[in-house]
Write a protein of this length. Structure first.
Lengths: 86, 613
């Protein structure tokens, strides 16, 4: 599923970051910031208008991502009990 | 010791507390804030270690990665590689990492290590890490990274002792151990390995941040909090600062009168009482308002609330062609457009940056406040609305809203006109909340107050005296019947200027005051004070508002306020746009569009207001 479809507060792991086009600098930036396979990720909040941008927790850092940016990230939902450590 | 100083560079992710550490080491006066990208200028400081070793410390722009094309990160990388023109390679690189955010920050440390320069790691914010129960095995971390590691707390006086001791022992060899992999995924894997071996993190987030964010970022309550905060700031500027301003104005009036009593009648007495005490006192009286506004901006910035506001507003800003990141530079522009324009460096995207820079001068800067305050005080009745708000405050608020609305329309039009419709990223970090430290706020206020006062003593004082001169000389010929000022240089200049400005309802005195206003807006008040004090022949600048109210109409006053809301003023702003964009094109565009909007808006205001009254 896409990161944008993840319910608020649900725990998931990054599956991959897809390049929207060839040599996509935004996808590269996301990978640099820690969006790499297996990393625990969570949607913390959504902005008031059109739920855009999203506030995403990756590792111990929070990033505001616009929906178009977050759609590059595919995630796999995991159980609520596990994966709380960084 | 006579050896040349050791060159040390501070590098680290944005929000790692690097700037605070730099201030602690060098004692340099520099803005400390936890908004991503605040350290955008080259900052160098010097200090001497306890053993007498001279250090030149360079504070490099914050960076997440060397892979990107952002100008800040390019500067940092090129400098560390010795490729930056005119800069020597640092002898030692001090990597600064937030101990509460090692998952992200260690990856960048590994990137720096890959450059092969002598490096040490400063684990900053160890106080916050301890509070959150984060345990770092420092010797193990040092072994894993292949470089010395010390703990620092940049916000404590003795917080850099371990780092200074380390520098003193001059352990500046290149990092050892395996060179870390090139690939982004592998770097992250290496960080995970190091964290497992050396760091215990009980909880990925700070429970306190989660609790605050659940309110400030709430879809309904969050925007309400933001609106209330903004509204209170503007009300506070009026209600907290106004009594102090009035007291300063009265004080200078009294001083002028005392000086006038001593001096003999003639040009010297009028220079001292009208130009010096009158003009300068009027402008100085607005210092409290400027400081109150800066105080709130600094508190919001230091606390970490501003990026939250940017998050809430991104969608709206994007609609008009800006970005949530534009919010901080635009908010700074409420104090002054110059730091605002310079602050656009934190917008990594060149297109978004230019758009923000072009609309920043439309934000109501503090230099407009003296003019607004004077005109509102003179023309808008002091009347309570709904029991709590006063009409004057509401008019001031409306002028601020006019600037914001104008900026939105201009940004939207620019978005329509430009050809580049590619996607531009937000990708903004929201740092932990921090309690603003009174010392940092005090330093920030001191710096800003000093800038205002320097301008006052320099440009404003010179212009005030010049204004006094052209409105005093030449003296009227013997047997002249009209007011003395009609015969002066000022009278002549004002009468020439009033032709282009007559359709806006400006008389020649107002037209004249627009000349010094182009150098610095707030001098318009001093200029009017000088012209009217001379014209009215009464020398009491405290009653300037009274003099204005009897010399021109409400329609002219409204038109002048609207002019000030949009006009291309303050040549310093245009100069800074030139410097930041390195093109005259941006300067010409700014000047032309602002002049056009101001002229049309003032014209409409005057035409409508004269028909209604």
């Amino acid at each position: 599923m896409l990161l944008t479809d993840l319910a608020r507060g649900a725990l998931a792991c990054v599956a991959r970051v897809r390049d929207a086009h060839e040599r996509d600098p935004i996808a590269q930036r996301l990978r640099d910031l820690g969006f790499v396979p297996g990393e625990p990720v969570r949607v913390v909040a959504r902005a008031p208008w059109s739920a855009d941008p999203l506030l995403v927790q990756i590792g111990s850092t929070r990033f505001a991502l616009r929906r178009a940016e977050a759609e590059r990230v595919t995630v796999e939902e995991v159980g609520v009990a596990e994966g709380s450590a960084a | 010791m006579s050896e040349s100083p050791l060159r040390i560079a501070l590098v680290g992710n944005p929000n790692c507390g690097k700037t605070a550490l730099f201030n602690l080491l060098t004692g340099a006066r520099q803005k400390v804030a936890n908004y991503a990208g605040v350290t955008v200028e080259r900052k160098e400081g010097r200090f001497v270690t306890p053993s007498g070793r001279k250090i030149r410390l360079l504070d490099l722009p914050g960076a997440y990665s060397f892979e990107s094309s952002s100008p800040d990160e390019r500067i940092t990388r090129d400098l560390l590689l010795g490729r930056y023109p005119g800069e020597a390679v640092p002898d030692l690189v001090v990597c600064v990492a937030d101990a509460t955010n090692l998952r992200l920050h260690l990856r960048f440390v590994l990137e720096v290590k890959r450059l092969g320069r002598p490096a040490v790691l400063a684990l900053n914010m160890m106080d916050a890490a301890k509070r959150r129960g984060i345990v770092v095995d420092v010797p193990e971390l040092s072994r894993q990274l292949g470089m010395p590691v010390v703990e620092t707390v940049a916000v404590q006086r003795s917080g850099a002792k371990a780092l200074i001791d380390l520098i003193d022992r001059s352990e500046t060899q290149a990092p050892h151990g395996d060179p870390h992999p090139e690939n982004a995924d592998d770097l992250h894997a290496a960080v995970r390995g190091i964290l497992v071996a050396a760091v215990t993190i009980p909880r990925a987030t700070d429970a306190r941040d989660d609790a605050i964010d659940s309110w400030t970022l709430h879809p309904v309550i969050g925007p309400l909090i933001l609106a209330v905060v903004m509204f209170l700031v503007f009300q506070a500027v009026y209600s907290l600062a106004k009594p102090v301003s009035d007291a300063i104005g009265d004080g200078f009036g009294w001083l002028g009168a005392q000086a006038g009593a001593i001096l003999p009648d003639g040009p010297l007495r009028s220079l001292v009482t009208d130009a010096l005490f009158g003009g300068v006192g009027t402008v100085l009286g607005f210092l409290p308002e400027i400081l109150v506004l800066f105080f709130f901006i600094l508190v919001l910035e230091e606390s970490g609330y501003l990026p939250r506001a940017a998050f809430l507003l991104d969608r709206v800003m994007l609609k008009v062609g800006l970005t949530g990141r534009s919010f901080i530079p635009l908010l700074s522009s409420f104090a002054c457009a110059i730091p605002g324009v310079m602050g656009t460096r934190s917008i990594t995207d060149p297109r978004d940056r230019l758009a923000t820079m072009l609309v920043a001068p439309l934000m109501t800067c503090s230099a407009r406040l003296p003019v607004y305050a004077l005109l509102i005080g003179a023309f808008i009745p002091h009347r309570a609305i709904l029991g709590v708000f006063n009409l004057q405050g509401i008019v001031l608020f409306a002028l601020y809203v006019a600037g914001i609305a104008g900026a939105m329309v201009v940004a939207w039009v620019m978005k329509r006109l430009r050809r580049d419709h590619r996607e531009h990223a937000l990708l903004m970090e929201l740092p932990s909340y921090r309690l603003p430290r009174p010392r940092d706020i005090a330093i920030g206020l001191w710096e800003r107050g000093a800038i205002f006062l320097k301008r006052l003593t320099g440009i404003i004082l010179a212009l005030t005296v010049l204004m006094w001169f052209i409105s005093t000389f030449p003296s009227p010929p013997a047997g002249a019947v009209g007011p003395a000022i009609d015969y002066t240089f000022a009278g002549y200049l004002g009468r020439v200027l009033q032709y282009p400005f007559a359709p806006l309802g400006f008389n020649w005195q107002i037209s004249l005051s627009l000349i010094p206003a182009f150098a610095a807006r707030e001098t318009a008040v001093a200029a009017l004070a000088t012209v009217y004090a001379v014209a009215g022949g009464d020398g009491d600048t405290a009653s300037l508002g009274y003099a204005l109210a009897h010399n021109f109409s409400l329609a002219s006053a409204l038109s002048l306020m609207v002019w000030f809301a949009f006009a291309p003023q303050c040549m310093s702003t245009l100069a800074v746009i030139r410097r930041e964009t390195r093109s005259w094109r941006a300067v010409v565009i700014s000047f032309t569009y602002m002049f056009g909007i101001a002229y049309v808006a003032s014209f409409l205001t005057w035409q409508i207001a004269t028909r209604l009254s």
